[in-house]
Structures are given as structure tokens and as C-alpha cells.
Design a protein around this ligand. Structure first.
Ligand SMILES: Nc1ncnc2c1ncn2[C@@H]1O[C@H](COP(=O)(O)OP(=O)(O)OP(=O)(O)O)[C@@H](O)[C@H]1O
Ligand SMILES: [Mg+2]
Length: 343
């Protein structure tokens, strides 16, 4: 089975062709091309939806042609066409899904509508057969959710951020320090340069609360206050390190409790870290240590598959087609809001 996937939910236009390996539910990427729009949005200080739509619209056709060429396949050799239909920016979702629907219609092949967050999580299973049920921490630009994943389409939310997503908090702190989007990789690099031990006493909201929720906006506000109150720019490395340590500690504390509970309750054997923030090496290492300590398998996608990409969309479609052969109707409407629990 070979699926062409399209991802256009935010500021990356991405096309990938993924092939399911014979016999096993694992996959190989035949080709992938991703165009980031970061430079186009830079001067506006954030993603401008109309500009994002225009960029998707002007680059998608070329990207599909290039990806097909690199795979060595013709359009008729593709078995299904998948696209992100939500959650995300409506304009981008319409462009990507209409393109995939058109390809499906003209080739008389199935169209598969994929949830972006489901793609972020399931792609972890593309190179390694992680068994259901498992626990997953999804940390991205728009979401921070702790989930029990019972099947490819059965997600139970057990905790989430009550305010900012973690990626968003990284971006905002980087912006406060004068850096542009995406801030996560910048904070990670700055933190590596920290030499002195300075404790800025950042708060750890909800860390002792009796649930699995998170809160990051207070940490961001405290960071803003430090920067605004006679902050010495030479200490930005130490501040970045404090911020990264602080949010990581919040994640680890909650996930440690969740692993204890769900190992007993649901007999989970694996813990998955997914989403753009999962590309952070420091955070990955802390989760490796936690899972070693808890004697539970830890799985995280390779770094390139943590941030938005179309491979995860094509792969999620392959997983679904393995279970139900049914395609989606061509008037399946994009869903800017689409919770995993309502799949
Ligand atoms: N090394 C890193 N450390 C911390 N954060 C990172 C790192 N690399 C990327 N990020 C963050 O990941 C986010 C982007 O991730 P992703 O592409 O999954 O988000 P999104 O698609 O915008 O949101 P969502 O998937 O929730 O719709 C950005 O906020 C970015 O700063
Ligand atoms: Mg994403």
C-alpha cells in the first residue's frame, strides 16, 4: 500500500509518499518535501492566516509533482490520497484537502481525512511497532495533552494545559528575549550555553495538583517580569536554562504520576512523546531517564518527524486503511477545531 499525504494546517506545506512494508505494519518514506513559510511570516511576528493560505496555494502543486518524481512513481501507482482536515487554519485545510480530494477523484482512489494530532502521535509507530494501549504526551505549538491511546482512533484525554501550549510558551519566552519564531530551538541552544548557576525562582504551576493538567502562562509571565526588571542580557543563557528546566520538571512530575497510575490500571507498556517540542534533546533525555526508572518502553519520533510534516499524515492514513478499508466522502468538511477524543 502506498499513500500520498498532504499537510497544510499551519505554516508548513508538506507532501510525502509513504509505503507500508510487506507483512508488518511499519512504513518507509519514499519521498517527502516540506516548505516552511517561517521567513514569509517573520516580519509580522506570527503566522498570518491569509498569507499562509496564499503560500500553500502557490506551492502545493509544485511540491506534489516534485515528490511524485522523487518517488519514481506515477499518480496511478498511489493507492490513496490523504490530507490534514483539522485542527488548524481553515484556509490551509481547505487547500490541502481539496487538492487530495481532486487527486482521489481523478484517479478513482480513496480520499482519507486525517486529524493532524493523530498524525503527530501515530507516526511514532511507523518505524517501530509500539503496542496499544500506551500513554502519550503531545507537546506542540498549539497543544499540550496527556493521552491514553487505546487504538489508532481511540484517544482518552487524561490531562492538558489550562492556558498556553508548551511550544507557544517556548515561542513567547524567545520573543521576550528578542528572538523570532520558532523559539523552541533557540531556547534550547541558549540553555546549552548557560555557565553560572543562577536561580531565577520561576514558578511551577499545578506541579502538586491532584490531576494531570499543566499551566505555562504563569511561567512565561514570571519570565517577562524578570526581563523587564533590570535584566542583564548576559544572563539570557541562564534564564533560558531556568525556563527549560522548569517546564521540563512540570512535564516529568505529571508524567511520572500518570505512568505509575496507568501501568497499574491499563497495563500500559510504552510511553510516547510527540509534537514539535519533542524534538528538544534535553526534554527527550529527561524522558529517557524517567522511562528507564519506571521500566517502561520510551518512544519518540526522529527529530524531523516531530515538527509538522506530511509523512505523519500519510502514515496515519495507512494505519486507518489497515483497519477499515473505507474512504471518506468527498464533501468531508475541514474542521479547524477537532478534538482527538471525538474521532
Ligand atoms: N527544540 C525545540 N525545543 C522546544 N520547542 C521546540 C523545539 N523545536 C520546535 N519546538 C516548538 O514546536 C512548535 C511547533 O511544533 P508543531 O509543528 O508540532 O506545532 P503546530 O503544528 O504549530 O501546533 P499543533 O500541532 O498543536 O497544531 C513550536 O512552538 C516550536 O517552538
Ligand atoms: Mg503540529
Amino acid at each position: 500500500m502506498i499513500v500520498l499525504g498532504i499537510e497544510t494546517s499551519c505554516d508548513e506545506t508538506s507532501v510525502a509518499i509513504v509505503k507500508k512494508k510487506n507483512r508488518f505494519l511499519l512504513g518507509d518514506v519514499l519521498s517527502e518535501n516540506t516548505l516552511s513559510q517561517v521567513k514569509k511570516h517573520k516580519k509580522f511576528g506570527g503566522v498570518v492566516p491569509e498569507l499562509a493560505s496564499r503560500e500553500h496555494s502557490s506551492t502545493l502543486n509544485l511540491l506534489v509533482k516534485k515528490t511524485l518524481k522523487e518517488s519514481g512513481l506515477s499518480l496511478n501507482e498511489i493507492d490513496a490520497f490523504a490530507a490534514t482536515v483539522g485542527p488548524g487554519l481553515l484556509g490551509g485545510l481547505i487547500i490541502g484537502s481539496n487538492y487530495a480530494k481532486t487527486l482521489a477523484l481523478t484517479t478513482k482512489k480513496p480520499f482519507i481525512a486525517i486529524n493532524h494530532l493523530q498524525g503527530h502521535i501515530l507516526v511514532t509507530r511507523m518505524k517501530r511497532s509500539v503496542k496499544f494501549p500506551f500513554l502519550c504526551l503531545l507537546v506542540s505549538g498549539g497543544h499540550t495533552q496527556l493521552l491514553l491511546v487505546r487504538k489508532y482512533n481511540d484517544f482518552k484525554l487524561i490531562g492538558e494545559t489550562l492556558d498556553d501550549a508548551l511550544g507557544e510558551a517556548f515561542d513567547k519566552v524567545a520573543k521576550l528575549l528578542g528572538y523570532s519564531y520558532p523559539g523552541g530551538p533557540i531556547i534550547e541552544k541558549l540553555a546549552l550555553k548557560a555557565k553560572k548557576k543562577i536561580n531565577f525562582n520561576l514558578p511551577e504551576p499545578l506541579i502538586n495538583s491532584n490531576n494531570f493538567n499543566f499551566s505555562f502562562s504563569g511561567i512565561k509571565t514570571a519570565t517577562r517580569k524578570i526581563i523587564n526588571d533590570s535584566f542583564d542580557k548576559k544572563q539570557e543563557f541562564e534564564l533560558a536554562k531556568n525556563f527549560q528546566d522548569c517546564v521540563t520538571n512540570c512535564l516529568i512530575t505529571k508524567c511520572s504520576k500518570a505512568i505509575d497510575l496507568y501501568k497499574k490500571k491499563q497495563k500500559i507498556n510504552s510511553f510516547i512523546l510527540a509534537g514539535g517540542v519533542a524534538s528538544n534533546k534535553f526534554i527527550r533525555k529527561k524522558f529517557v531517564n524517567l522511562c528507564d526508572e519506571k521500566l517502561i518502553e520510551f518512544v519518540v519520533p526522529e527529530q524531523g518527524l516531530c515538527i509538522d510534516n506530511a509523512t505523519m499524515i500519510a502514515w496515519a492514513a495507512i494505519e486507518r486503511l489497515q483497519i477499515i478499508k473505507k474512504s471518506d466522502i468527498l464533501d468531508f468538511e475541514p474542521k479547524p477545531r477537532w478534538a482527538l477524543e471525538s474521532l
